[in-house]
Design a protein around this ligand. Structure first.
Ligand code: FAD
Ligand code: NAD
Length: 468
């Protein structure tokens, strides 16, 4: 039986990054992935394919609605969904090929098959052809990720009632796409099809979309999606069921007055969150504990209840984000090597890749109020930015929350052009405990979207913004 210092189960961004770092630190490393394609949810059916379609659909939307204003006259563009999906597949393939290369480069042994514990130090790999292989391992990292959740009364038939996975592979543009859940997946994939011409109805249980983010972001994003893509929002509606026929789907919900509402469309995307995936891992056999939501329990060092077994990414507590999983992969590897790494969970940014993009890090205004913290607010609207006017991206703003006494930045919340990239400045600033004044005294290239961050910091530092 082949012996390894460490075995990682699951080759998503948590698992493959953990494998690379373990190998870099000199450990003999095995990586087990049940699908032939490495990269997990993120590369195959998550971050990368959704961004590929967001980019393609954004080009189409601009060609249709904005080129004329820029002085570019073209015949009316048409959607070629087959080519769009094909390009997306190529982007995924190139990215997955890159991971295969990295595994070889780092001399990581990759096993293709379903991994499960036989004992705490023995793992069985069940291959697609039914054959089995066992390996021995000193330590294990569980990185088995997550799968889409559903709701009682909803039958996901993967044809008319679909999850994000099927929504990334549609062969036609829906006429009316009903989306259950106004969270990240619903709004990103809703944007893709809204831009391509679908009527989009979002049915959301809460009174606001992207509920975990600062309320000002939810409000602005909802306003822009209504204005730009004619999204219809049914807020405070609890979905109770779906009924699909060959060509149609009916979604039933209860509104805030408990009245029954029915919505008819040709596709329904269920985007009500994701659940940890630990099926047939053999956790019970070796005593790894899970909580009441099925997440593997870990301590501050990401150790499970069994010595030598760690867990990272979507399968444990915390945000279900690729970069969070990656940080945890590196953290566990370095810890195993005797180092003392650290993750500041409060400074893991969150991004929604709609247009305008939404990005945030640190505390929201709601959280600061709840903590009873005294804070100052600085904000700057993109309509006052020359760069944003030049690119016709004037919706949105940057909002900076700073400690009232020390001026330390406590949270940054942005909605606007390229804020997914702009948020990095806020992360650096907050990691180094910068004050709003620190940022406002640093030169930001002109004209750039990033000047809006500087201006929001100036606004927080005694209302000194220069361009509002
Ligand atoms: P996963 O990526 O889920 O990988 C787990 C892997 O383990 C899978 O490949 C699975 O096949 C394998 N596995 C499971 N059990 C076994 C077993 N027993 N044996 C062998 N292999 C096993 N996050 C972002 O940060 N940014 C984004 O833009 C973003 N966009 C997203 C868009 C969509 C549509 C979706 C669905 C998700 C998106 N996410 C995004 C979330 C992101 O994909 C996840 O947070 C991330 O993939 C979690 O990484 P992970 O390594 O924990 O698990
Ligand atoms: P989510 O938790 O973001 O949103 C789910 C929404 O569904 C919530 O607003 C919730 O109130 C609503 N909901 C739940 N039950 C309902 C009901 N009965 N009727 C109506 N609405 C209901 O989940 P998601 O959008 O499915 O995304 C899953 C995960 O994937 C997220 O944790 C996210 O972090 C990750 N993801 C991240 C990105 C990104 O980083 N850009 C993109 C996509 C997905």
């Amino acid at each position: 039986m082949e012996k390894f210092d460490v075995t990682i189960i699951g080759a998503g961004p948590g698992g493959y990054v953990a494998a690379i770092r373990c190998a870099q630190l000199g450990m003999k490393t095995a990586l087990i992935e049940k699908y032939p394609s490495l990269g997990g949810t993120c590369l195959n059916v998550g971050c990368i394919p959704s961004k590929a379609l967001l980019d393609s659909s954004e080009h189409f939307h601009n060609a249709l609605h904005n080129f004329k204003e820029h002085g570019i006259d073209i015949p009316e563009p048409k959607v070629n969904i087959k080519q769009m999906i094909e390009r997306k597949r190529n982007v995924v393939k190139m990215t997955v090929d890159g991971i295969n290369f990295l595994m070889k480069k780092n001399k990581i042994t990759v096993f293709t098959g379903h991994g499960s514990f036989v004992t705490k130090n023995q793992i069985e790999i069940l291959k697609a052809d039914g054959s089995k292989e066992q390996i021995e391992t000193a330590k294990t990292i569980i990185a088995t990720g997550s799968k889409p959740s559903s709701l009682p009364g909803i039958d996901i038939d993967k044809k008319r009632v679909i999850t994000s996975t099927e929504a990334l592979e549609l062969t036609e543009v829906p006429k009316h796409l009903i989306i259950i859940g106004g969270g990240v997946i619903g709004l990103e994939l809703g944007s893709v099809y809204g831009r391509l011409g679908s009527k989009v109805t979002v049915v959301e249980f809460m009174d606001r979309i992207i509920a975990g983010m600062d309320g000002a972001l939810s409000k602005e994003l909802q306003r822009v999606l209504k204005k730009e893509l004619s999204f219809e929002f049914l807020m405070k509606h609890k979905v109770t069921g779906t009924k699909a026929s060959a060509k149609e789907v009916t979604v039933s919900a209860l509104n805030s007055k408990d009245e029954k509402v029915e919505i008819k469309g040709d596709y329904c995307l269920v985007a009500v969150g994701r659940k940890p995936y630990t099926d047939n891992l053999g956790l019970e056999k070796i005593g790894v504990k899970v909580d009441n939501r099925g997440k593997i329990e870990t301590d501050d060092h990401l150790k499970t209840s069994v010595d030598g077994i760690y867990a990272i990414g979507d399968v444990i507590k915390g945000a279900m984000l690729a970069h969070k999983a990656e940080e945890e992969g590196v953290f566990v590897a370095e810890q195993m090597a005797g180092q003392k790494p650290h993750i500041n969970y409060n400074l893991i940014p969150g991004v929604v890749y709609t247009w305008p993009e939404v990005a945030a890090v640190g505390y929201t205004e709601e959280q600061l109020k709840e903590q009873g913290k005294k804070y100052k607010v600085g904000s700057f609207p993109f309509k006052a930015s020359g760069r944003a006017r030049a690119s016709m991206d004037t919706d949105g703003f940057v909002k900076v929350l700073a400690d009232e006494t020390t001026d330390e930045i406590l949270g940054v919340h942005m909605i606007g052009p390229r804020t997914a990239d702009m948020i990095a400045e806020a992360v650096v600033a907050m990691e180094y405990k910068a004050s709003a004044e620190d940022i406002s005294r640093m030169s930001h290239a002109h004209p750039t979207f990033t000047e809006s961050m500087k201006e929001a910091c100036l606004d927080a530092t005694g209302k000194r913004a220069l361009h509002i």
